[in-house]
Design a protein around this ligand. Structure first.
Ligand SMILES: [Zn+2]
Length: 250
C-alpha cells in the first residue's frame, strides 16, 4: 500500500512536470518535442535542472544560468498532481485494473484542465475531445448502464449550453459546456450533477468574496472550468463517502 502511494506521488510529480511543459507550449502553439530551455536566458536545461520540485528547491527557485526567478507555478502544478494521485490511491484503495487506469487518466485530465483554465481561461479541445471519445467508448463497453451516463452528460451539457447562449459567452465559455459533458460521462447520475452544482457554487462564492475584497471587477472572468475540475476530482476521490449524501437526488 505504502509502495503504491509512493509510486503515485512519483507518477504525479512526473506527470506534473510534463503538464508544465504543456501549460507553456500549447497556448503558444508550440509542439511538445525538443529540449526545455530557461524562459529568460534560453539556456538549454540539463536533466538535473528538471527534477520535479527537487530542482526548484536546490536552485532556490532561480535559474542556474541567469538567476532569474523560476515561476512558482512549476512546483505548484507538480505537487498538486502528486497530491491528487496520492489521495486517490490512499483513500479509494482501488483494485488494480482497467477501472483504476481509466480513473487515474480522468484525474490527470481534470488536473490539466484545472490549470489551463486557471492560468489562461482556456479548456483546450486537444485534451477535452479525445477524453470525451475515450469515456464514451468506456461507458458503452464497460459500464452496466451507459444510457444513464449519456443522459447525465447531455443534461449537464445542455444546462451549460443554455447558460452559454443566454450570457452570450460572458459568464462561461463553450469549453465549460464540453467539460460538463465529460463530467457526466465520468461520474454519471447523481454524482455528476452534484459535482457540477458544487463547482458552480464554489465558483460563485469565490467570485463574490473576490468582488467584495475588490480583487476582481464585474467584468473579470472567473475560471469556472477550474472549479468544475476541482469538484469533480473531489467527487472521484471521495466517491464512496459522497454517494450516500446524494439520496435526496433519488
Ligand atoms: Zn536562465
Amino acid at each position: 500500500m505504502i509502495l503504491l502511494i509512493i509510486l503515485a506521488v512519483l507518477g504525479g510529480l512526473i506527470y506534473g512536470s510534463f503538464l508544465n511543459v504543456l501549460l507553456w507550449r500549447l497556448p503558444e502553439g508550440k509542439g511538445i518535442g525538443g529540449r526545455s530551455h530557461c524562459r529568460a536566458c534560453h539556456h538549454q536545461l540539463a536533466w538535473y535542472d528538471l527534477i520535479p520540485v527537487l530542482s526548484f528547491i536546490i536552485l532556490r527557485g532561480r535559474c542556474r544560468y541567469c538567476h532569474t526567478t523560476i515561476h512558482i507555478r512549476y512546483p505548484i502544478v507538480e505537487i498538486s498532481t502528486a497530491i491528487v494521485l496520492a489521495f486517490f490511491f490512499a483513500l479509494r484503495q482501488p483494485p488494480l485494473g482497467l477501472e483504476s487506469v481509466v480513473t487515474v487518466f480522468a484525474l490527470l485530465v481534470l488536473v490539466s484542465l484545472l490549470f489551463f483554465d486557471l492560468f489562461y481561461l482556456i479548456l483546450p479541445d486537444i485534451i477535452l475531445l479525445p477524453t470525451i471519445v475515450i469515456f464514451t467508448i468506456y461507458d458503452i463497453t464497460k459500464t452496466q448502464n451507459p444510457l444513464s451516463y449519456f443522459l447525465t452528460a447531455l443534461l449537464s451539457a445542455s444546462f451549460f449550453a443554455i447558460l452559454y447562449a443566454v450570457s452570450k459567452g460572458k459568464n462561461l465559455g463553450f469549453g465549460d459546456v464540453k467539460l460538463a459533458l465529460l463530467i457526466g460521462l465520468i461520474l454519471c447520475y447523481p454524482l455528476g450533477f452534484l459535482a457540477i452544482i458544487g463547482g458552480v457554487w464554489s465558483a460563485t462564492i469565490v467570485a463574490v468574496i473576490l468582488l467584495i475584497l475588490g480583487r476582481v471587477g464585474l467584468k473579470d472572468k472567473i475560471p469556472l472550468g477550474s472549479f468544475l475540475a476541482i469538484s469533480t476530482i473531489i467527487s472521484v476521490i471521495f466517491y464512496h463517502e459522497i454517494l450516500p449524501l446524494t439520496t435526496f437526488f433519488r
